[in-house]
Every structure is written in structure tokens, then in C-alpha cells.
Design a protein around this ligand. Structure first.
Ligand code: PLP
Length: 433
């Protein structure tokens, strides 16, 4: 019998865990190393979601192990009013690599928290309170972040923050505004903002955007869109917050995805990838915005703000990414993976679309390529089959869209591991479809 069927483990889980989302995988994970996690039978499973889209250096990376061990022993957690070298050095490093004049950072723990702080800063700096986001967004589970999250989780909790608005994300595979000349995302954006202007009471504070909407089904903002969005914000005195939880720190083949577009947001938020799987997030903004928030009494005191241990991890993550050329590696490995996925698309009718950038790729499963009819049952079956064959894949199922695999292996994934994952996916689709 498989050790994954350990009855007392599952009994304890059923009795004592609060279920916070979908179903748990039917395996007990005992350890993780590199691109693999290992179940209770010591079966290796390729981790093509890098944990929760975070472990960009893979699991148990020796540099991270060393820095955690050192700081756990010597400088772990402090009174939030105390500063330590890793915190100040990480803030300096972020200022050096962030685009434009984003030179001031606040170091927190999670992505939701960073977006919470960013939205609060945008409100304080502008003196306004309305916040616009994409209708397929995910920015976190805390108050302001979840008010700006439209892809899931809005039902049953009462009103979101007053002044929360959404516009559709531009989706090349499922475009809304198709004219004779083709897809016209600018017209879609103009119309969306005309509606926002009608609904607003004149208090538009910020737009918060992911450069690639991940939980929304890997919707990649077309080149030029982010710049057009920034112009819409500037025209209205709104701040642009770019949430690079998943796209930041090299994953798209740029240090930050907004770098492709040469757009400097007013506030950049980083999380998941910055700690490479450990809880670290950052809000990065301009000196002007920081000064004006400080003058107005900005307060964001948390238990783990400016903690030295996660800051030291973040510093080391950035060092390793630079030392090992992982931004370029993400671009090259991403091209290999995308090529392989397109070859699978040629063979499997159920693959409607392959999209994304670098090592953040999406594969949309449909019933019929012509009609693009969603295929949620098939998508789930392929995911299960992959898991049983040793490949962990993450699928999102949104209304009106097919099932979309979000493929995001660590940036140091090997070519052999990419080829192995492609082979497993190929065989899984063949067996299920
Ligand atoms: C783009 C984006 N922003 C924010 C978050 C929230 O981060 P956390 O779960 O660390 O609060 C997520 C989580 O999936 C995300 O994908």
C-alpha cells in the first residue's frame, strides 16, 4: 500500500484543518529539493509551479539554506522599530534594480500585505480612495487587496471597499473588441475608462495591475498596454501600482516584467519570487510619494515588518539571480519550454493556446479549437494524470475561459527537466483525451 494513503494522517487533516481553497492533492509531501518534491513513497514529482509560483531557485538551494541557518542563529526577528543591516541593504539593492526613480522600500511578509500597504499609500498620497483593477485580477486575501481581487472569492463576505471598480483585462486569445483591422485593445481600454469616469465620484486614487494576470489565466498584457494604462492614470491623477508578485525577479526574462514596456509604475509590489518561497514582500515607491505619505502619518506597523531574516534571504536571492544569470536563463529556458508546448499544440487538438513570457507560461485547454469552448473536466483530468505521472501542474478554471495551466518552474530548471515535463504532459494528454 502507498504511504500516501496513511489513514491517520488524513484523519487528522480532516478533523483539524480549516479548508481554505480547493481540494488538497492526495499525496503526503515529505521533502523537497531542487525542481522536485518527494511524496511519502519517495516518488519524485517535478514541481512546475515552483511551490505557490514562488520558489524561483528551486527547493533547498544551498545559498538560501546557509543564510536562513545563519540568521536563525544570529539575527532573526526584531522589535519593528529597530533596523538591521539586511533590511537597509535590501532596500538599497531594490532601489538599484527597480525601474526609474523607485528608491524607497517597505519590507513585509506576503503579497496581500504589500498590496494592502501600496493601496493605503496611494490613498494617502492622492487624498482619494477609489481603486480600479482588472476583472480577472488576484492581489491577495486581506481587505483592500481582496477588494481589488476579482478573479475569485468575492461572494459571501458582504461589501468590498467602497470605491472598488473593475475593467476587463485585454485578452488576445479571447478578445472583446474586434474591428475590421483586428483586435483593438486601445478602444477597449478607452471604453472601460469612459465607464469608470461615469461611475467615479471624482476620487480615483489608483489602478493596480499585474503585467501578466496569473490567476486570471496567464493573460499577458500586450506590448503598449501598460504605457496606455499609465497615461489613463496620469490624466486622472491616479497612481499606477504594478503587482509583480509572480513576474518580478527575473521570471519573464526581465528583472521586472514592466521593464519590457519601459513603464515605471508609481508603486511596485514584490512578493512570492523575492523570498524565493520564504515569506518576504516589498513595496517600492518614489521618494516623493514616501515623503508625502510620511507627512500625512502613514502607518503600517506589522509584527514582521523589517525583519532581518527574510530581508537577508531576499538579498541572497537577488545575489544568486545576478550571479547565476537567471534572468537570461529564464528567457532561454522559457523559449525551450514554449517551443515544446507549441509542438504539443500541433499534436493535441485540446490545446487551444500557448501564451506567456519567459518561465511564466499558460496552456489553455478547450473542447474545440474553432469555438474555444472551455473544457474544465478534461483540464482537471489532465492535471490529475500529470500528478500521477510525476508532474505537478497548476490549473485555473475561470467562467467563460478554458482551463489554463499556469506553468512556472524554478528559473534554474534544467533543460532535461523541461523535456521530461513536456514528455509527461504529452503522455498525460494522450491517455486522457
Ligand atoms: C499577482 C499576485 N498578487 C498578490 C498575491 C497575494 O500574495 P499572498 O498570497 O502572498 O498574499 C498573489 C497570490 O497568488 C498574486 O498572484
Amino acid at each position: 500500500m502507498s504511504r500516501n494513503e496513511d489513514a491517520s494522517f488524513w484523519q487528522l487533516a480532516r478533523q483539524h484543518l480549516i479548508r481554505y481553497g480547493g481540494q488538497f492533492e492526495p499525496v503526503v509531501i515529505e521533502r523537497a529539493k531542487g525542481t522536485y518534491v518527494y511524496d511519502a513513497d519517495d516518488r519524485p514529482i517535478l514541481d512546475f509551479t515552483s511551490g505557490q509560483m514562488s520558489a524561483i531557485l528551486g527547493h533547498g538551494h544551498p545559498d538560501i539554506v546557509n543564510v536562513v541557518a545563519h540568521h536563525a542563529a544570529h539575527l532573526d526577528h526584531l522589535f519593528s522599530g529597530m533596523l538591521s543591516r539586511p533590511v537597509v541593504e535590501l532596500a538599497g539593492r531594490l532601489a538599484a534594480i527597480a525601474p526609474g526613480n523607485l528608491t524607497r522600500s517597505l519590507l513585509l511578509s506576503t503579497g496581500g500585505e504589500a498590496n494592502e500597504a501600496a493601496i493605503k499609500m496611494a490613498k494617502l498620497a492622492t487624498g482619494k480612495y477609489e481603486v480600479v483593477a482588472f476583472a480577472e485580477s488576484w492581489h491577495g486575501m486581506t481587505g483592500a487587496a481582496s477588494s481589488a481581487t476579482y478573479s475569485a472569492g468575492r461572494k459571501g463576505y458582504g461589501p468590498a471597499a467602497v470605491g472598488s471598480f473593475a475593467i476587463p483585462a485585454p485578452h488576445a486569445y479571447r478578445p472583446q473588441w474586434v474591428r475590421e483591422a483586428g483586435w483593438d485593445w486601445q478602444a477597449e481600454l478607452d471604453y472601460a475608462f469612459a465607464l469608470i469616469d461615469r461611475q467615479s465620484n471624482g476620487s480615483l486614487a489608483a489602478f493596480i495591475a499585474e503585467p501578466i494576470l496569473s490567476s486570471g489565466g496567464i493573460i499577458d498584457l500586450p506590448l503598449g498596454y501598460l504605457a496606455a494604462l499609465k497615461r489613463k492614470c496620469e490624466e486622472r491623477g491616479m497612481l499606477l501600482i504594478v503587482d509583480e508578485a509572480q513576474t518580478g525577479v527575473g521570471r519573464t526574462g526581465f528583472m521586472f516584467a514592466c521593464g519590457r514596456d519601459n513603464v515605471v509604475p508609481d508603486i511596485l509590489t514584490l512578493s512570492k519570487t523575492l523570498g524565493a518561497g520564504l515569506p518576504l514582500s516589498a513595496v517600492v515607491t518614489t521618494a516623493d510619494i514616501e515623503e508625502s505619505c510620511h507627512e500625512r502619518g502613514f502607518l503600517f506597523y506589522t509584527t514582521h515588518v523589517s525583519d532581518p531574516l527574510p530581508a537577508a534571504v531576499g538579498l541572497r536571492v537577488l545575489e544568486v539571480v545576478e550571479r547565476d544569470g537567471l534572468v537570461e536563463r529564464a528567457r532561454v529556458a522559457g523559449e525551450r519550454l514554449a517551443r515544446g508546448l507549441r509542438a504539443l499544440q500541433d499534436r493535441h487538438e485540446c490545446i487551444g493556446d500557448v501564451r506567456g513570457r519567459g518561465l511564466l507560461l499558460g496552456v489553455e485547454i478547450v473542447k474545440d479549437r474553432g469555438t474555444k469552448e472551455p473544457a474544465p473536466v478534461l483540464g482537471t483530468a489532465i492535471t490529475r494524470q500529470c500528478m500521477s505521472m510525476g508532474l505537478s501542474m497548476n490549473i485555473v478554471q475561470l467562467p467563460g475561459m478554458g482551463s489554463v495551466f499556469r506553468i512556472a518552474p524554478p528559473l534554474n530548471v534544467g533543460d532535461d527537466e523541461i523535456d521530461m515535463a513536456l514528455d509527461i504532459l504529452d503522455r498525460a494528454i494522450t491517455q486522457v483525451a
